[in-house]
Design a binder for this molecule. Structure first.
Ligand SMILES: C[S@@+](CC[C@H](N)C(=O)[O-])C[C@H]1O[C@@H](n2cnc3c(N)ncnc32)[C@H](O)[C@@H]1O
Length: 214
């Protein structure tokens, strides 16, 4: 739902954008759709719990999930789980599998399980477990790569998961300003778009990009 505005002109243009976005449901992804979803995410209200940081890219993932309605989404690197929560809220009919080899945010994970019955925490490795995860849950349409933010791990995760994706897939990457990540981004194939406004971050972190099936 679009949040209200005191300015009637702004509210009308937001409603028109929402109508246009709805008319593109089921289309192959493109830059205009991604920019429009990112724009909405920047003005969406934040999730009302101090357990999760108010990151705009979380809200983008929620919008993306609402838009694509994927049967399965996967997050590589759960940590406090904000990404999983938002993907799960965006599409309650689809499953969200969060993969992490550490379980160190018990309160957050329990909160997500309670709020989102479609969430599954997978205690394991982002690369080695791919076959088992896909065999148990199916091919994901959205994958968010959010583990070590190093060149080698990022490329390994991309090259591993790309063979297991559903049609019209999307992979998201963050912390692209970290050392090695610009190289990773440059080597990822087209089509792709940077949406850095979604993650302004600290000096070392920040940066957000999306790659999708051409
Ligand atoms: C930046 S945090 C993830 C943040 C999270 N996506 C969020 O929404 O807040 C990175 C996480 O990746 C996990 N991780 C790093 N390498 C991994 C690997 N090879 N397999 C699974 N998890 C990994 C770490 O344990 C850590 O919890």
């Amino acid at each position: 739902m679009i949040s209200g505005s005191d300015e009637p002109g702004i509210e009308l243009s937001q409603q028109l954008e929402q109508l246009w976005l709805e008319s593109t449901r089921g289309n192959i992804m493109n830059k205009s759709i991604l920019h429009a979803l990112a724009q909405q995410a920047l003005t969406d209200s934040i999730y009302p719990s101090p357990l999760f940081p108010p990151s705009p890219y979380y809200r983008f993932l929620k919008r993306l999930s609402e838009h694509l309605q994927p049967r399965v989404s996967v997050v590589l690197g759960v940590c406090g789980g904000g990404c999983c929560l938002h993907l799960a809220l965006g599409n309650p009919q689809g499953r969200v599998v969060g993969v992490d080899f550490a379980y160190d945010h018990d309160e957050q994970i329990k909160h997500i399980y309670k709020a989102c019955p479609n969430f599954i925490f997978w205690h394991g490795d982002s690369v080695f477990d791919v076959g088992q995860i896909v065999s148990d849950f199916g091919q994901p349409q959205i994958v968010f790569v959010d583990t070590t933010h190093t060149y080698h791990q990022t490329m390994t995760e991309f090259n591993t998961w790309r063979d297991y994706l559903a049609d019209n897939w999307i992979m998201c990457f963050d912390d692209l300003f970290r050392p090695g990540m610009e190289q990773a981004w440059n080597e990822l194939p087209e089509p792709k778009v940077r949406l850095d406004a979604l993650h302004t971050g600290a000096e070392e972190g920040g940066g957000f990009g999306v790659v999708w099936q051409g």
